[in-house]
Design a protein around this ligand. Structure first.
Ligand SMILES: [Ca+2]
Ligand SMILES: [Ca+2]
Length: 97
């Protein structure tokens, strides 16, 4: 009966390997509800209370260009985004339920 041991052990080992690979298969996704815009303090790198385009460019944006989004944030068009302008801006998203 010893002859059957090796294939059995092999199949068990392969089964375990397959299970381990299956567990590591799907990539972890970010939890829902964490896709909002970053806080102003994170974007304002020098913490002077004003967000400049150069600072804004340091952060990835999901869509569009930094210039485009920055213009939308800069409500009065003076080339600087204040915390008030940033907080009052709401990016387009799914309609509230
Ligand atoms: Ca700044
Ligand atoms: Ca402004």
């Amino acid at each position: 009966m010893k002859r059957f041991r090796l294939p059995v052990i092999l199949s068990i080992t392969l089964g375990i390997l397959g299970a381990v690979q299956g567990c590591a298969g799907p990539e972890p996704r970010p939890p829902e509800g964490r896709r909002g815009p970053p806080p102003f303090s994170l974007l304002d790198q020098n913490q002077d209370g004003y967000l400049y385009l150069d600072e804004f460019r340091q952060h990835p944006i999901p869509q569009g260009t930094h210039e485009q989004i920055f213009r939308e944030l800069d409500a009065n068009g003076d080339g600087v985004v204040t915390r008030e302008e940033y907080d009052s801006h709401r990016p387009p998203g799914p309609p509230p339920a």
